[in-house]
Design a protein around this ligand. Structure first.
Ligand code: UDX
Length: 434
């Protein structure tokens, strides 16, 4: 199959490289000259484990190429995937679809007959209808289909998620689109990943419902963790005790400082807007959004309380981990942002280390001293707080850490350590839900 991918952001680049690796012929198009220049020079503009090798391998095999010129990419293509950004619109939280619509309008006169235009960007219900209307308006005589194919990739595990998905969801309103997408995903469905075919609107909603449900699971266990602290239970036991029930499932029950990233915060809010537009209340999702916002704000207070509260001017905290989760350089909606700001508002100086996220952190957080490694951050600090579950923080030399810290206080917002191990080293240990 010949595939054009519009947008070489996170989703476009990962999907394009993986499709090429399946053996398809893929051209990735972007408007950003610097991105295309970098990709042509073999540089990958995002951090994703394994992506550079995958891109290099498929470029070399002649199956993957990059261009600024959408007209040059189109002839003979079977499917065009739209993988442009859908950020939250300022002010009202609706998904901003201007990039999706602009791409549709621009490509319409260039599309070959019989092409399937596939929305891969996360777009609200009804966007496929509008894409179809725009293309029809610009190319009235063209025979084409519009389909939806949401992605469920996690940053840091995106290639594995793409190649070994629990399912592939396709939303199609005609048989031709279904046949083309089934052919594109054949390498996966042969390996037993189910292809779930449904209406276009069903697929659009599935993506939001999946993310909102996962966000709900996380917020649920976070609130249960708070209750555990009050009643003297261990949230790890409770999560295990409920998660072994296959109706509940054991994943996404890790308590922490609140969910962040490019998807959950944005998609839950966008789903609420859809609910409002269609006058269909989504009270559970509403509570999840409120609970998570509140949680991120309360995490800074947790550290401050652990330090005894009161006047903390002149104190220093070592923040270990800044990105919203491990194995990414992404700072979007990271809990670290509100934690660092809450500490600074209390007069505390912040030293921080993150294996990949410090450049992006510097763009959103000011007055932070960025360090060369975890021990450099701990040196002379009054407390340490683990915000992100990087492997580099899982096996710290606690003896060395204690010598470097002014006070042996470890606030572990990811429950990476066991209390006896840390307390044995003479630390005061504050974790989540235990
Ligand atoms: C998510 C979805 O998992 C993915 O299917 C979708 O396509 C995009 O959004 P991502 O944002 O990359 O992926 O990260 P994910 O691993 O899902 O984590 C999201 C947030 O939830 C992170 O802040 C993470 O720390 C938090 N989380 C996750 C928890 O606090 N506890 C958990 O048990 C799982």
């Amino acid at each position: 199959m010949r595939i054009v991918m519009i947008g070489t952001g996170y989703v476009g680049l990962v999907s394009g490289a993986c499709f090429a690796d399946f053996g398809h012929d893929v051209v990735c198009v972007d408007k950003d000259q610097s991105k295309i220049d970098a990709l042509l020079a073999g540089e990958i503009p995002i951090f994703e484990p394994g992506l550079d090798e995958l891109v290099a391998k498929n470029v070399e095999a002649g199956r993957l190429s990059f261009t600024l010129d959408v007209a040059q990419a189109m002839p003979g293509t079977d499917a065009v995937f739209i993988a442009v950004g859908t950020p939250s619109r300022r002010g009202d939280g609706h998904a901003d679809l201007s990039y999706v619509y602009a791409a549709s309008r621009e490509m319409a006169p260039l599309l070959p007959a019989g092409v399937v235009v596939v929305d891969k960007s996360t777009v609200p219900v009804g966007t496929g209808d509008e894409v179809e209307r725009i293309i029809r308006e610009e190319a009235p005589d063209l025979e084409f289909s519009v389909a939806s194919n949401p992605e469920f990739l996690r940053e840091g595990a995106a290639i594995d998620d793409f190649k070994r998905p629990d399912r592939v969801v396709i939303g199609v309103n005609d048989e031709h689109a279904e046949a083309v997408l089934a052919e594109i995903y054949r390498p996966l469905t042969r390996n037993e990943s189910p292809l779930v075919s449904m209406s276009r609107r069903g697929a659009e909603l599935t993506k939001y419902a999946a993310n909102a449900f996962l966000a709900t699971k996380i917020s649920f266990i976070n609130e249960i963790a708070d209750l555990c602290e009050k009643v003297g239970a261990d949230v790890g036991d409770v999560a295990k005790g409920i998660g072994l029930d296959s109706r509940i499932g054991n994943r996404f029950l890790m308590p922490g400082p609140g969910y962040g990233g490019s998807c959950f915060p944005k998609d839950t809010v966008a789903l609420l807007k859809t609910g409002q537009d269609f006058e269909s209340p989504l009270r559970i999702v509403e509570s999840v959004v409120a609970s998570n916002d509140q949680r991120k704000r309360s995490m800074g207070r947790k550290v401050i309380n652990a330090m005894g509260g009161g006047d903390l001017h002149g104190k220093t905290v070592a923040v270990l981990g800044l990105t919203f989760k491990a194995n990414t350089d992404d700072m979007r909606d990271s809990p670290a942002i509100s934690i660092v700001q809450a500490l600074q508002d209390s007069g505390i100086s912040v030293k921080a280390y993150d294996p990949e996220g410090m450049d992006q952190a510097a763009a959103v957080l000011s007055h932070v001293t960025y360090c060369d490694g975890p021990y450099d951050a701990l040196d002379g600090a009054d407390a340490a707080v683990i915000v992100t579950e990087w492997d580099a923080f899982r096996a710290l030399d606690l003896g060395r850490a204690k010598e470097l810290l002014k006070a042996p206080l470890l606030v572990d917002l990811r429950n990476l350590y066991s209390r006896p191990d840390v307390e044995r080293q003479g630390f005061t240990y504050v974790a989540i839900g235990r």
